[in-house]
Each structure stands twice: as structure tokens, then as C-alpha cells.
Design a protein around this ligand. Structure first.
Ligand code: FAD
Length: 416
């Protein structure tokens, strides 16, 4: 089944061009090969022949992406990226997310992509040469090491990992977990507390992000944490008297909290567009199965329970998509729609979870097998309600912003 992407009359020519070019690669090169492309990543019985074929297929798709000028769409052209603007990239994301793993074939893979943006924005020329360019070329992997097992990730300013200056080195001590891509990473960007001098009001300015090569003495990767009943590369890591040169610091001392906000704020809009692409796929799978499967004397699509699933999912996707595009347009226009970002961060993963849940139900037992992408999507949707700030934190922020606005004399203007 191909993704149906047609030009959208209300957007720019470039957005339509990017979406159609992306859809052509997704539909022609990725969807028909979805199982084989990732054969070497699946557990179970894969032969060396399968693994070789998978690697060859991936490099042939990557070559086509480069030919289409869409490689690393999140990065500026000067760093070998496609140089898309905010809205172009947001609209591209939903198309990319339709197929399993398509993003990585276009050179966008978390957490590398977020780290690349931080390096573009905060890195020195030397750091860019050493860490950014090899990562963009696919010769290096990275991780972002912020969350700690003993501190609440929903209040990142409470983290305890310290970096102490000793001569021309930082000495880092701390305990992190859920550092994604930890097994593959050649370096980590580690969020550290670099100054305890300020008072309570100064909590944000104590944080600094520091680049730590993964083979530095004292970096101890304890395990890939088991999640959802399987192994993962979300790693638990101890940094034990890890010494790196002062020049590994990213940006000014104390800019770490701001850098994390820069990474997460815009990133949340892109993550939501990813979720929408995946919902779109789950929806198409549900509708397709409902049209084909006959139970109790009729196809599923003729049963009102299933019609309800289709209608509710249509509304979930449309609402999630319009909210997210509205938010992306505000970002493009130069504002930082903090309340809207929190609103989509809560609404979209919940809608995604509902849509996938219904699609699984329509597929019956097949819905929870690895033959379809639905089971993995369900786990992703559930996890997204925790990642990048749990639902509760964003709900609180929405309510505080609205009430604060009210206290300062204004009712909320939903038109802006
Ligand atoms: C799959 C996955 C990948 C991840 N990748 C990374 C990564 O690469 N790097 C990294 O640094 N981190 C990563 N994380 C960690 C993630 O960012 C944190 O899990 C998240 O910020 C929440 O922190 P926590 O788990 O410590 O939960 P806590 O902060 O302990 O919160 C637990 C629960 O408390 C509730 N809660 C929190 N605050 C409030 C409140 N004010 N009022 C009411 N209830 C509240 C919420 O329900 C929340 O879920 C990843 C997590 C997952 C699941």
C-alpha cells in the first residue's frame, strides 16, 4: 500500500516539491522493501546473505535520497544538508515517518540529528570539524546524556552530574540513564552542573553541555536498559572522574539549559509530525484490513463498531495534524508558541496511541505481531507520553500560561 501524497493548494511550491519527492522515494524504494531493509536489525533467523542484502539496499536508497537533494534535510546546505526551512521540514516529516526507518535513510536519526543541530548552533569551528562533519557523513554516532536514575528527568535542573575545572580539563562525575544510542555512540553530549555558586534563582545557568568521547577513561556503560520486554540501546552510564579538555565544552559555561531547550522546543514539533505520519500509516492499514476481512457475514468496514474506529481515528489525526501545523507556522513566523508546543506534546502522542490501538484491534492477533509495524508503533506512542517531558509537566505549563495571561488582564486569543 502506497502513501497517498498529493500537492496541498495552500502551501508553497517548495513544500509540495519536497513532499512529492520524499513520497516517491518512500513509496518506490522503502515501503516495498520494508522487511528486507532492516533484516539485519531484527532478531531471529537472518542469514549473512540477508544482512548483506539489507546493507546494500540501504546504501542504494541513501544514494537516491542524495540524488534527490534531500539528504540531512534538517541541516544547512553548508554542512551538506538539504537546508529546508522550519515549515518545509515539518511537512516533510509526516511523509518520512510513514515508512519504518525511512528517517535514518534520509540522514535524520535521533539522537544524532538533535546533537547535530546543537553542534551547528553552539559548536566552535574545531568542534564542527571533529564531531559534526563525521556524524553527518555517517562515520560517527552520538548520544545525549542528560537524564539520571536518581533525579526526576521532568525537572532537568535538578540533575547532579558535576563537571569541575582542573587546570585545562573538565572532570566529570555522575550517573546517567536512558542515553539513547549509547552502545553505538562515539561520543556523548553530557549535561553537567558546572557551578553551584548561584542561588535558587540561578538554577538554569549552572548547566553546561560537554562533549565526552565514549572511549575516555572512566566512561562506564553499565548496560543497555531492557525496555518493553526486549533489549535496547538506551544506556545506563557512569561517568567516573572522566577528564576531557576544556575546549570540549559546548557554548558558554552555563548555556546548557538553554541549549537543551533549543533542542527540545522545535524538536517537539518535528516529533509530533513524525507521530502524525505513523498514525496515517496505522489508519491506512486499519482501513485496508476493514475492507478485506470478512467476519460474521460481512466485511469489517460494514460493522458499526469498526466504522466508529475509522471515524474517531480520522478526527484524531485531523485534529493532531492541524494543531501541529498551526504550531509550526507560528514558529516559522518567528514566535515561540510555548503553550501550543506543550498542547501538541500532550495531545498528539495520546491521539497516536488511540489510533494505533484501534488499528491493532481491527487486525486482531495479527495486529500485535512483528509482521506489521503496529505493535512497535504502540510502544512508541506510549513512550512518547514520557519522553521530552511527561504529559503532566506540559499540562501544568499550559494551565499556568493561560492563568497568567488571565491575571494580567487578557482572555486567551485562540486566533493567534
Ligand atoms: C525511550 C526513551 C528514550 C529516552 N532517551 C533519552 C536520551 O537519549 N537522553 C536522555 O537524557 N534522556 C532520555 N530519556 C529520558 C526522558 O527524557 C525522561 O524519562 C523524561 O524526561 C522523564 O523523566 P523521568 O523518567 O525521570 O520521570 P520523573 O521525572 O521521575 O517523572 C515520573 C512521573 O511523574 C509525573 N510527574 C512529573 N512531574 C509532575 C508534576 N509536576 N505534577 C504531577 N506529576 C508529575 C509524571 O507522570 C511522570 O511520568 C528517554 C526516555 C525514554 C522512555
Amino acid at each position: 500500500m502506497a502513501m497517498n501524497v498529493q500537492p496541498i493548494p495552500s502551501v508553497s511550491e517548495r513544500i509540495n516539491e519536497v513532499r512529492l519527492l520524499t513520497a516517491a522515494i518512500v513509496n518506490r524504494e522503502i515501503l516495498p522493501n520494508e522487511n528486507m531493509l532492516w533484516a539485519d536489525h531484527r532478531g531471529g533467523h537472518t542469514t549473512e546473505g540477508d544482512r548483506e542484502e539489507a546493507r546494500a539496499l540501504r546504501s542504494s536508497v541513501r544514494a537516491k535520497v542524495r540524488e534527490a537533494g534531500l539528504w540531512a534535510p534538517h541541516l544547512p546546505e553548508e554542512y551538506g544538508g538539504a537546508g529546508l526551512d522550519f515549515l518545509e521540514l515539518a511537512y516533510m516529516k509526516e511523509v518520512l515517518a510513514y515508512a519504518v526507518g525511512a528517517s535514518s535513510l534520509f540522514g535524520v536519526m535521533a539522537p544524532n540529528s538533535g546533537n547535530q543541530l546543537i553542534l551547528v548552533r553552539y559548536g566552535t569551528e574545531e568542534q564542527k570539524q571533529k564531531w559534526l562533519l563525521p556524524m553527518i557523513e555517517g562515520h560517527m554516532q552520538s548520544g545525549f546524556s542528560m537524564t539520571e536514575p536518581d533525579q526526576p528527568g521532568s525537572d532537568p535542573r535538578s540533575l547532579r552530574t558535576t563537571a569541575r575545572r582542573d587546570g585545562d580539563e573538565w572532570v566529570i562525575n555522575g550517573h546517567k540513564w536512558f542515553t539513547s544510542n549509547g552502545m553505538e555512540a562515539d561520543f556523548f553530549i553530557v549535561m553537567c552542573r558546572t557551578d553551584d555558586g548561584g542561588g535558587e534563582a540561578d538554577r538554569n545557568s549552572r548547566m553546561t553541555q560537554i562533549i565526552v568521547p565514549s572511549d575516555t577513561d572512566g566512561v562506564k556503560i553499565l548496560r543497555g536498559i531492557g525496555v518493553w520486554g526486549g533489549t535496547s540501546d538506551h544506556c545506563e552510564i557512569v561517568y567516573d572522574n572522566v577528564r576531557v579538555p576544556l575546549e570540549n565544552q559546548l557554548g558558554e559555561t552555563g548555556s546548557g539549559h538553554q541549549a537543551a531547550q533549543d533542542r527540545l522546543g522545535a524538536g517537539r514539533i518535528y516529533h509530533c509530525m513524525n507521530s502524525i505520519g505513523q498514525m496515517w500509516r496505522a489508519f491506512d492499514l486499519m482501513v485496508e484490513r476493514a475492507a478485506e476481512r470478512t467476519v460474521h457475514g460481512g466485511v469489517l468496514e460494514s460493522k458499526q463498531f469498526v466504522q466508529g474506529f475509522i471515524a474517531d481515528s480520522y478526527m484524531d489525526i485531523s485534529a493532531a495534524r492541524l494543531m501541529t501545523i498551526n504550531c509550526a507556522e507560528k514558529m516559522r513566523d518567528g514566535s515561540y508558541p510555548r503553550t501550543d508546543i506543550s498542547a501538541i506534546k500532550v495531545f498528539v502522542p495520546a491521539a497516536y496511541e488511540r489510533v494505533v490501538d484501534r488499528a491493532i484491534q481491527v487486525w486482531g492477533a495479527a495486529g500485535i505481531t512483528d509482521d506489521l509495524p503496529l505493535a512497535a508503533m504502540f510502544q512508541t506512542a506510549r513512550s512518547l507520553r514520557i519522553i521530552d517531558g511527561p504529559d503532566e509537566v506540559h499540562r501544568i505549563l499550559i494551565a499556568k500560561n493561560v492563568s497568567g495571561h488571565h491575571r494580567s488582564g487578557g482572555t486567551w486569543d485562540f486566533g493567534n
